[in-house]
Ligand binder design. Structure first.
Ligand SMILES: CC(C)(COP(=O)(O)OP(=O)(O)OC[C@H]1O[C@@H](n2cnc3c(N)ncnc32)[C@H](O)[C@@H]1OP(=O)(O)O)[C@@H](O)C(=O)NCCC(=O)NCCS
Length: 197
């Protein structure tokens, strides 16, 4: 029997997460948490069953949770929910699309999703509560801190360090062995060739 999972955040990113979760075949989506005005609406067939206020109750009823809120300008809401879930003992599994490639020599933290066609190469370390979006490339020995979003088709080259809470936009390229500081927003298409600290 599949394990049940609750998704938190019912916007566009949630739809992409649903597709990944369905393809894994491991979890059954038991419902979505969103704003009160969205209660009972359906997202790709899954009902909004609760709001943020219901999280303490949901943690007693369900085992697995994934934060499916998007993240561009700030990770603060994702971080707040992540910490609340952790403190209440909820399980935050790593979700990996079956059509992503993750080296057996890579490490991935709790609550992180690796989306379709992402590639995580040997020696890479990815923190907790991250989004590694579709077709992103994390090269050998790169380090991605907690609460980062590496957007679609972004490239983080070998040995580069992306510090926690940072967003790297679609199709951005980070040169090898550089460092990007905490809480940075890198726009789509940017070419980063020096440290940003
Ligand atoms: C960087 C970003 C967050 C800035 O958004 P914003 O604060 O709303 O900024 P604005 O659109 O008002 O743009 C401000 C200025 O920066 C410039 N700018 C914005 N994004 C830029 C980018 N990616 N590259 C170069 N310049 C950019 C704008 O042209 C504008 O310049 P101007 O003041 O000379 O007119 C946004 O443009 C971006 O890149 N978002 C990420 C998109 C993405 O990758 N989504 C992934 C989904 S998976």
């Amino acid at each position: 029997m599949k394990e049940k999972i609750i998704l938190i955040g019912g916007g566009g990113h949630c739809k992409s997460c649903i597709d990944v979760i369905e393809q894994t075949g491991i979890f059954q989506i038991a419902g979505i948490v969103d704003l009160p005005e969205k209660l009972h609406q359906k997202i790709l067939g899954y009902e909004v069953i609760a709001t943020d206020d219901d999280l303490p109750r949901l943690v007693n009823e369900y085992e697995n949770f994934l934060i499916t809120l998007g993240q561009i300008k700030t990770p603060e809401k994702r971080i707040r929910i992540f910490q609340a879930l952790k403190e209440s003992g909820a399980k935050l599994p790593v979700i990996i699309s079956p059509i992503a490639y993750v080296s057996k020599h890579a490490k991935i933290g709790a609550g992180t999703i690796i989306m379709h066609h992402a590639m995580i190469n040997a020696g890479a370390k990815i923190g907790s509560n991250c989004i590694i979006n579709s077709r992103a490339l994390i090269e050998h020995d790169a380090i991605i801190g907690d609460h980062c979003h590496i957007a679609t088709v972004a490239i983080i080259n070998g040995g580069t360090v992306i510090s926690p809470k940072t967003f790297v936009g679609s199709n951005a390229v980070c040169k090898e062995y550089i460092e990007i500081g905490e809480n940075t927003v890198i726009g789509c298409g940017a070419k980063i060739i020096k440290n940003i600290l």
